[in-house]
Design a protein around this ligand. Structure first.
Ligand code: IPE
Ligand code: IPE
Ligand code: MG
Length: 236
């Protein structure tokens, strides 16, 4: 059976859900936040160590100012509603992405949650917020070059390069789930997903449930992970 330490989710389909239900896009994002709360508590109960969720990409600034502003207010709504419960469940909050462009008020709320939960030892709920994988890789390269010039490091290998990424302290991503049926990565974790299993489902994120997560995990468990090798004891 495949271990599942690190689950990553591209939470897509909030806008389509809103359209389907004839409500504003913002209502889709709000419902998405409630679903994230449920999935976090459930994933923690399953013993998953890390849940990385794509909440806002470096490309999502292209959306209307109204939509972007609303998304920037969601961390406040999420933590105000759920921080107590997250603490009770021993959940730790982390963030990956470019924090510079995020409004100071939003960052303050996120940093407070990170601080409050820093000693928790249960699931890590890791928000990819203003995250872009190309941006992450370029930053890592730049930082390595600086350290090299300063004489702090010598040669680079895969492991050392990974230590310059936002995900340095996190386990390998085992499973990526994308809701909302699009077959693309949209600039998410390009380096980290090299050997992850992918499950893309039609369900829109606001309709996602713990039962659907169970189905995705069952699919993952049934996969044969090769990592480029082959089982010499088998005849296939
Ligand atoms: C994902 O849902 C949430 C964010 C990108 C912030 P979308 O808003 O992309 O929903 P669709 O893809 O338009 O349905
Ligand atoms: C990916 O969804 C980003 C998040 C879920 C936060 P998008 O809706 O932004 O992706 P594209 O634009 O369809 O590729
Ligand atoms: Mg989308």
């Amino acid at each position: 059976m495949n271990d599942l330490n690190h689950l990553a989710i591209i939470m897509d389909g909030n806008g389509r859900w809103a359209k389907k239900n004839k409500v504003p896009r913002t209502a889709g994002h709000y419902k998405g936040v409630e679903v994230l709360r449920n999935i976090t508590i459930y994933a923690n109960s399953l013993g998953i160590k890390c849940l990385t969720v794509y909440a806002f990409s470096t490309e999502n600034w292209k959306r209307s100012i109204e939509e972007v502003s609303y998304i920037m207010s969601l961390p406040k709504i999420f933590f105000a509603s759920y921080i107590k419960e997250l603490m009770e469940n021993n959940v730790r909050i982390m963030i990956i992405g470019d924090r510079e462009k995020v409004p100071a008020e939003t960052m303050k709320v996120i940093d407070q949650a990170i601080e409050t939960t820093r000693n928790n030892t249960g699931l890590i709920l890791n928000f990819a917020f203003n995250y872009g994988a190309r941006d992450e890789i370029v930053r890592a390269a730049r930082k390595y070059a600086e350290d090299y010039k300063a004489g702090l490091v010598d040669d680079l290998d895969e492991e050392k390069f990974a230590s310059y990424l936002y995900t340095a302290d996190l386990p390998e991503v085992d499973l990526l789930i994308r809701t909302g049926s699009e077959m693309r990565l949209s600039n998410f974790l390009l380096y980290q997903l090299a050997y992850s299993e992918f499950v893309v489902i039609d369900t829109l994120w606001p309709d996602f449930t713990s039962d659907i997560l169970d189905e995705c995990i069952a699919e993952y468990q049934s996969r044969k992970r090769n990592f480029g090798g082959r089982d010499e004891t088998k005849s296939d």
